[in-house]
Ligand binder design. Structure first.
Ligand code: TXA
Ligand code: MG
Length: 372
């Protein structure tokens, strides 16, 4: 069946005490097989009833998402998992007790009861309990588990506000529930529990340092920082360019803030002289170095506090679209804590345009900006 364009309604709710009539309506739309975008504590999700094959297929059409990229199922409490998955690994209740509701997605075997698009035929399913009153209320009102990827058009930065969702998906989703800005700003951590050792497939709101006291050693999938994974990626979503603003983004990393700024300023000057409209993504600590030079500066948070960078990362990337820049030069941040999730998203937004800034006196290797 062909995906039908649809009028999109947007209803606002108080995020802490969502209006019951709006939640009921969201539940009804999901029960009828429609698509509802809603806030979670990470980013906005694009939800469909996870048991309804046609509704789940509509998620892929609405986003333009590759069909081999499976979806996260959102449930309202860990116990609901028993209704859908026969064998639950013993660590799941432990992890659930510590991290759910919250930004941790667990990949486990099974999931045949869900619509085929949810699991992408992998024989595994990704599940989480979101920590947002609106998301939880909508799942309950739907009376079913809710499959929800981030509510952006495929490849674009994830949405952290209802306005971002409408920018990408107006006319493609039935209802957007506007509960204000999503809190964390980057998506959940995706943790694969199907192998011998737990593996982080996508870093996110819950860090490796937080997981290891519960699980023991946790591996980081090679794709996390863009290293060649070799063979089939374990998290299919990680093989696509992602989170990308419209202009090409060059990520400068390896140095401290002032070393990065020095290198970025050299490139910005060269690019501006060649007639390009230059955007700079900088942290608060170095922002002043770029001012008054005619660049389009977007300040993304504090380098010393990666949570502040995570919170404004996607809005900052989308701002460059509104500014209409030709090229974006972005400062990297340290990979500590949620900084790893930020750098994972920035590397993917850069799609290989990584500029290694030397931190010692060895010769500058030159940068990939000149690459065709
Ligand atoms: O914070 C989040 O996780 C948000 C909110 C809405 O919950 N959702 C989200 O969904 O980011 P999405 O579809 O944009 O990203 C899901 C990621 C993708 O990288 C996908 O490949 C991976 O999870 N994934 C889903 N099911 C999987 C599975 N069975 N095995 C391995 N990876 C899986
Ligand atoms: Mg996504």
């Amino acid at each position: 069946m062909v995906f039908a364009a649809r009028p999109t309604r947007c209803l606002a709710v108080d995020p802490m005490h969502p209006n019951a009539a709006v939640i009921r309506e969201a539940g009804n739309v999901l029960r009828r097989g429609g698509l509802v975008a809603f806030p979670t504590e990470t980013v906005y999700g694009l939800g469909a009833n996870a048991l309804d094959a046609r509704a789940v297929a509509d998620i892929f059409y609405a986003k333009g998402r590759p069909v081999d990229n499976p979806l996260i199922v959102h449930i309202d409490r860990a116990e609901s998992l028993r209704d859908y998955v026969a064998e639950i690994p013993p660590v799941v209740p432990q992890l659930a007790a510590r991290f759910w509701p919250g930004p941790l997605t667990l990949v486990i075997r099974g999931g045949e009861k869900f619509a085929p698009g949810v699991t992408g035929g992998l024989g595994t399913v990704a599940v989480r309990v979101p920590a947002h009153p609106v998301a939880l209320a909508i799942i309950r009102a739907a009376g079913a588990p809710v499959a929800a990827p981030s509510a952006n058009a495929s490849g674009r930065p994830s949405p952290t506000t209802a306005a971002h969702v409408l920018d990408d998906l107006a006319g493609r989703v039935d209802l957007v529930v506007d509960g204000g800005p999503a809190g964390l700003g980057v998506e959940s951590t995706v943790l694969d529990l199907t192998g011998e050792r737990p593996v982080i497939l996508r870093p996110g709101g819950v860090t490796r340092q937080e997981l290891e006291p519960v699980l023991g050693p946790v591996e980081l999938d090679k794709s996390v920082l863009g290293e060649a994974a070799g063979g089939r990626p374990r998290s299919p979503g990680m093989k696509y360019t992602h989170y990308a603003p419209r202009a090409p983004l060059f990520l400068f990393e390896g140095g401290d803030g002032s070393q990065l700024a020095k290198r970025i300023l050299e490139e910005a000057e060269r690019l501006a002289a060649a007639g390009h409209k230059v955007g700079v993504l900088a942290c608060e600590e170095t922002a002043a170095l770029y001012r008054g030079k005619g660049y389009h500066l977007v300040v993304v948070g504090r380098r010393s506090d990666p949570g502040t960078v995570a919170a404004s990362l996607y809005e900052s990337l989308r701002r460059f679209d509104r500014l209409g820049v030709d090229v974006i030069l972005a400062e990297g941040i340290p990979c500590d804590g949620v900084g790893l999730a930020v750098m994972n998203r920035l590397r993917r937004a850069a799609g290989g345009n990584i500029v290694a800034v030397c931190t010692d006196d060895s010769p500058d290797p030159g940068i990939s900006i000149y690459k065709p």
